[in-house]
Design a protein around this ligand. Structure first.
Ligand SMILES: [Zn+2]
Length: 101
């Protein structure tokens, strides 16, 4: 009977559940088997990378939502025309009307 066990590369303790981590730098990569204790640093790096990727995914969503509110008011032709009419036409009519009458 054969039993294959993944044991930690550091403590070699068969009683500890070990996970295989793939480490890579530039074009080189290697695998290391670590238990929970000796893989804590690698787990920390992974958790950091996960939180960063989550921030990257949610980051573009927030600005677009905030940006949508602002451009809509400016881009809306009706609002833009209404602003033009309210600011330009009343004084022009008053000036012309007062002079003509
Ligand atoms: Zn270990």
């Amino acid at each position: 009977m054969r039993i294959y066990l993944d044991v930690c590369d550091v403590c070699h303790d068969p009683g500890r559940l070990a996970k295989i981590y793939t480490v890579s730098v530039d074009d080189r990569s290697g695998e290391t088997c670590r238990c929970e204790e000796h893989g804590s640093e690698l787990e920390f790096i992974i958790s950091q990378a996960e939180s960063e990727s989550k921030e990257e995914e949610s980051a573009p969503v927030r600005p677009t939502r905030a940006a949508r509110g602002r451009p809509l008011k400016v881009t809306t032709i009706e609002a833009f025309e209404a602003e033009k009419k309210t600011t330009k036409s009343p004084p022009a009519r008053k000036a012309r009307g007062s002079r003509a009458r």
